[in-house]
Design a binder for this molecule. Structure first.
Ligand SMILES: [Ca+2]
Length: 469
């Protein structure tokens, strides 16, 4: 990438290399494609090649030169953030250094059909549960890479996976899964609605019976795209659900519509009576403007969100519209109620030209006059084949200590994988870790904290590995 372009535009450490802004419509979330069509020959690189992180030095140089405004914006500005930073810095933690770490992908399992989510169950550290878009959940044995036969569960008789963003989209195992066998799936129902439903595993935790399904939340979807789809339990034991803005024309308004669950993150207590949920009493809008289930607003398509198992911080990767993809960070001390800005703000920029442009100092005053938007901690542009962020996880495994504390995410179309991390002063940085040829729909997390990229086109589970350079 030309240095001159880097000097022109670098935000928060993200390389924004091309001056020309692509305004063509891009797919908003994973779109299936045939294997072997990743990128152009010119941008294709072998996974783990020696020049994978070719931009690191440039990023760091440019980081110093061109991110002062962004850095200032991301300084801790409130007590919650300061507390989180203090907690993170109490330990002898060495901030991530991409110059010293070579990241690549190692194939762990193949033969999966459009994997879109993967997680451990919190019980059996050898298992990775891989969600396949058409409606099945496979159990991958991490030691051998083999798939259990039959699969853990098959919901394909009730899942609508026709459109690219529809299907069985995630599974979350209850924090007490070992004792109660409860798990919660998120999928597109035959009628197009988003369903969060509960299943129960059998006594030996090898299968879940579809006949025992109990729908606990159904949200109508006005269009086939922007369905969100992430279920994840927080450190508070509540089930968080990522809801897209519903897609279609004008869907952005849903993200701030107080009568809609679309374009939000929801927070549910699933430990009440069977077959339903309760609203936690401390949800931010219980007595406020939005529906009581709502935890955060202003999201376009939070296809993937995850919690840092060490800190409890929440990371929300929100798929952008035509220009910017973004990573949002919510410290564990948050009480909820954040507004992530969509549709007025996309990435760290004004989205609608009619609202005005970014200020010369990076201010969003034109489109966010009240300053209500919680701005992202990382972003990247739709340059060089980037199209849609696939949110990941903060690495907390033991294999690669150098990655400790790094939030790992990727772009679905380009296969590039980035890391975002906070330094010991609470400032955020990001850098490309490797440029893969995988169609990464999402990242999986096993019970040991290891992170896996899911190659949707290749049907593979790829372990994120690192070694010193
Ligand atoms: Ca946003």
């Amino acid at each position: 990438m030309p240095a001159v372009a880097l000097a022109v535009a670098v935000v928060g450490g993200s390389v924004i290399g091309c001056a020309a802004v692509r305004q063509r419509a891009m797919p908003a979330a994973p779109t299936p494609r045939a294997p072997g069509t990743v990128g152009s020959p010119g941008e294709r690189r072998d996974v783990g090649g020696t020049d994978d992180v070719r931009t690191t030095d440039e990023v760091r140089t440019a980081d110093v030169a061109a991110t002062s405004a962004m850095t200032a914006l991301l300084q801790p500005t409130d007590a919650a953030t300061a507390m989180a930073v203090a907690a993170a810095t109490r330990t002898q933690w060495t901030p991530f250094d991409p110059d010293e770490t070579h990241v690549s992908l190692e194939t762990i399992a193949t033969g999966l059909d459009e994997p879109v989510h993967a997680t451990g169950d919190g019980v059996d550290g050898q298992r990775l549960y891989v969600v396949e878009k058409a409606g099945t959940i496979e159990i991958v044995d991490l030691a051998s890479g083999t798939l259990a036969d039959p699969p853990f569960v098959d919901l394909s008789d009730r899942v609508n996976s026709r459109a690219s963003e529809q299907g069985l989209l995630s599974v979350a195992f209850h924090p007490d899964y070992a004792a109660n066998g409860r798990l919660f799936v998120n999928y597109t129902r035959r009628d197009g609605a988003t369903v969060v439903s509960e299943l129960t595993a059998d006594a030996d935790r090898r299968r879940a019976d579809p006949a025992g399904e109990r729908e606990i939340l159904v949200v109508d979807q006005p269009a086939a795209n922007h369905n969100g789809g992430q279920n994840a339990f927080g450190p508070d034991g509540y089930l968080y659900v990522g809801m897209g803005d519903g897609g279609g024309s004008g869907a952005g308004k849903n993200a701030h519509d107080p009568a809609s669950l679309l374009g939000k993150v929801l927070r549910l207590d699933v430990d009440g009576p069977p077959g339903g949920y309760r609203v936690p009493a401390d949800n931010p809008f219980v007595a406020g403007d939005h529906l009581p289930e709502v935890w955060a607003v202003g999201l376009r398509n939070p296809w993937r969100l995850s919690f840092d198992r060490a800190t409890g911080d929440l990371f929300i990767a929100d798929v952008g519209d035509s220009t910017y993809e973004e990573v949002n960070w919510q410290p564990a001390a948050s009480r909820g109620g954040e507004d992530y800005g969509w549709p007025d703000v996309e990435g760290d920029h004004c989205h609608n030209a009619a609202d005005g442009a970014d200020g010369a100092d990076g201010s969003l005053a034109a489109c966010d006059p009240d300053g209500r938007t919680t701005r992202p901690v990382a972003e990247y542009r739709h340059d060089d084949g980037n199209c849609s962020i696939s949110g990941g996880h903060v690495y907390r495994g033991r294999r690669y200590p150098a990655l400790d504390g790094v939030y790992i995410y990727a772009d679905y179309c380009s296969g590039r994988i980035w890391g975002a991390w906070r330094d010991d002063r609470g400032r955020w940085h990001d850098a490309m870790l490797t440029d893969s040829d995988a169609a990464i729909s999402a990242f999986g997390l096993d019970d040991a904290g290891e992170v896996y990229a899911l190659d949707m086109a290749g049907g593979a589970v790829l372990r994120v590995v690192a070694d010193g350079r």
